[in-house]
Write a protein that binds this ligand. Structure first.
Ligand code: SF4
Length: 457
């Protein structure tokens, strides 16, 4: 049935919605508002070398940029965290720092990007700062290495960790076991093989394993690999007939878009994309943006430049974190900024993983289910991000795929329909249920008491 418009009254007023969509133009905040960068020119700002040379690595350097825009108590809070709890060392590009609201200590503490890139001691929970089942390498990726750095968890796809550094370090990094320099709280694992030998061994494995069709080329962040080495590795992948999908993982597309805008990098990407297209391989870039404010005109320009170079798609895999983006508004604002303004496809949102000292970030599973429900119907279906739980020994599962869920103790169980590399001889692998845990502080009193008893027995 159609409703005729009355000529005098016009179209009916739109229904009020829980989320009010409005197009928001991107903005690059003026870095010259920050005392330490008052004299930085646009040419310097857009230089990848300048950005890398002016990364902030400690409280002293942060103070040199922000000065007294934030109070001394903030720097002390930051140093306390770095000395006791931080699983990642500090490394912040000027591009990322510039997207934070530093107009006072309170605003800085509340800023969503600050909350995951510059964690401070007062952010963490005093009680239950870590889940009792939290672990370094919580996804057990190293256990599933078929050669050093090559995780074969799913039947047809692998993760290649080419390097263990990034241009920026995120406080919640899943690979905190391996990525970055050691902190007082975490002595990092080190690759034993030389990079060239590891890369050769990965390629040898893939040539000998035609059942693998999809390679995530990651790290760390591929933006930290000298371009000729990355191009050589991806070029070699493209020569393997069985490889049909190659995804390059780089948070730097957002944290250091200047890297991806360098002419030599774009020229190299054009060569790779041309080869991929001729061979019918889908070459994509996956990035990691968690907050709408991180999507700036420079980020959009870098994404567009990659698409113009022939990359098939640029997609976003964000991480769902309390205090950062765990509201319907924040997730929809982020998704629309990515999709409408930067041609980046919102794709996945992962529940923050169960690494040590991450409980203040981690949402409970039922909160993630509610968020998935709340964001349905606003974006096109192909651009509605799926909220997934990366279940140890299982892999990514949509949050509604849970098999059983004890809300009192916060224990969910998950199943899978394939064997990982370490289960080839295990007849029970497809029947086993794998647990995942909600943060204890989100549980009802009875559940918290149960976990307290587990601690003491
Ligand atoms: S960019 Fe990715 S790998 Fe690097 S620190 Fe952040 S989350 Fe970890």
């Amino acid at each position: 049935m159609t409703t005729a418009l009355h000529p005098d009254t016009g179209p009916p007023a739109p229904a009020a919605q829980p989320y009010a969509y409005r197009r928001a133009p991107l903005t690059e905040p003026d870095w010259r508002r920050l005392p330490g960068w008052r004299d930085v020119t646009a040419a310097e700002w857009e230089s990848a070398q300048w950005q890398r040379a002016h990364c902030v690595k400690n409280a002293r350097q942060l103070r040199a940029v922000l000065g007294d825009l934030v109070g001394e108590e903030f720097y002390a809070d930051l140093e306390r965290d770095q000395a006791t709890r931080a699983t990642m060392s500090m490394l912040l590009t000027p591009q990322m720092l510039n997207t934070m609201d530093a107009a006072g200590t309170e605003a800085f503490l509340a800023d969503p990007v600050r909350r995951y890139m510059l964690p401070v001691a007062s952010d963490r929970l005093a009680e239950w700062p870590s889940h009792p089942r939290a672990a370094r390498d919580s996804l057990h990726e190293a256990e599933m290495w078929v050669v050093e750095g090559l995780t074969h968890r799913y039947p047809t796809k692998v993760l290649a960790e080419l390097l263990s550094t990034c241009p920026q370090y995120c406080g919640h990094c899943t690979r905190m076991d391996l990525v970055g320099t050691s902190t007082p709280a975490v002595d990092k694992h080190r690759f034993a093989l030389r990079p060239a030998d590891r890369h050769t061994a990965m390629l040898d494995y893939l040539r000998a394993t035609p059942g693998v069709r999809d390679v995530v080329v990651s790290g760390g962040d591929v933006a930290n690999l000298p371009w000729p080495r990355l191009e050589a590795f991806v070029g070699a992948l493209l020569e393997i007939d069985s490889i049909r999908d190659v995804r390059l993982a780089s948070k730097a597309l957002m944290g250091l878009p200047q890297h991806w805008l360098q002419p030599e990098v774009l020229a190299g990407m054009e060569r790779l994309a041309g080869t991929a297209a001729r061979r019918g391989v889908q070459l994509a870039v996956h990035t990691h943006v968690n907050a709408a404010r991180s999507v700036t005109p420079l980020v959009a320009r870098a994404a567009r430049a990659l698409l113009d170079a022939g990359v098939r798609d640029v997609r976003n895999q964000g991480v769902l974190m309390r205090g950062v983006n765990a509201t319907p508004e924040a997730l929809l604002d982020l998704s629309f900024a990515l999709l409408d303004e930067a041609q980046i496809m919102p794709y996945y949102l992962y529940l923050c993983d169960m690494i040590p000292f991450s409980e203040h970030w981690r949402p409970a599973l039922h909160e993630a289910q509610d968020l998935q429900h709340a964001i349905m119907g606003y974006l096109p279906g192909f651009a509605t991000p799926r909220i997934v739980c990366d279940v140890p020994y299982v892999g990514k599962r949509w949050v509604h795929q849970v098999a059983t869920y004890d809300r009192t103790r916060g224990i969910s169980e998950w199943t899978k329909n394939y064997r990982t590399a370490i289960e080839s001889g295990d007849p029970a692998a497809l029947e086993r249920r794998h647990p995942y845990y909600d943060p204890v502080h989100t549980l009802p009193e009875e559940g918290r008491a149960w976990w307290a008893r587990q601690k003491t027995t």
